[in-house]
Write a protein that binds this ligand. Sequence first.
Ligand code: S3P
Length: 165
Amino acid sequence: MSNIVLIGFMGSGKSTVGSSLSKKLGVNLIEMDELIENSTKKTIVEIFEKNGEEHFRKIEKDLFLHIDETKNNVISTGGGIVEIVSPKEIKEKGTVIFLHATTEEIIKRTKGSDRPLLNVQNVEEKINSLLEKRLPFYEKAADIIVQTTGKDIDSICDEIMDLCR
Ligand code: S3P
């Protein structure tokens, strides 16, 4: 085995799947957003507000690159990891699973959440433009692509475990 690295857009299910999958496999979960908040003692929202996105990305990259690639952890990344870490560097950390969801589903799942990048007037337009930019990188980094729309957590985890066997 190696690390399982979950990538994908906000609302694609990385945190929920990561939590459930790590329990099923009996391994540690590294939740990147949590790691960033713990190491800076600030919330993601505070970092974006006080220090800006560029600063956030530097912390995100630094913490990600320091992850031990020899372990068997489940790593749940932030949706913007591909903005700052190359597909090659992501792949070096383990088996990369790209969790895919439709824009409609992403809008539903992220509604009412406090994601700084979605704090805009036209959420759908923002999601579509970010997706258009990021999709090629998610695809390039991915070893496996899993569609999450319309599936429950257990079946997504089973699918990943089958594919990683
Ligand atoms: C971001 C995604 C968020 C978080 C931050 C930036 C992004 O993580 O890291 O708000 O740029 O897509 P989730 O994908 O876990 O929501």
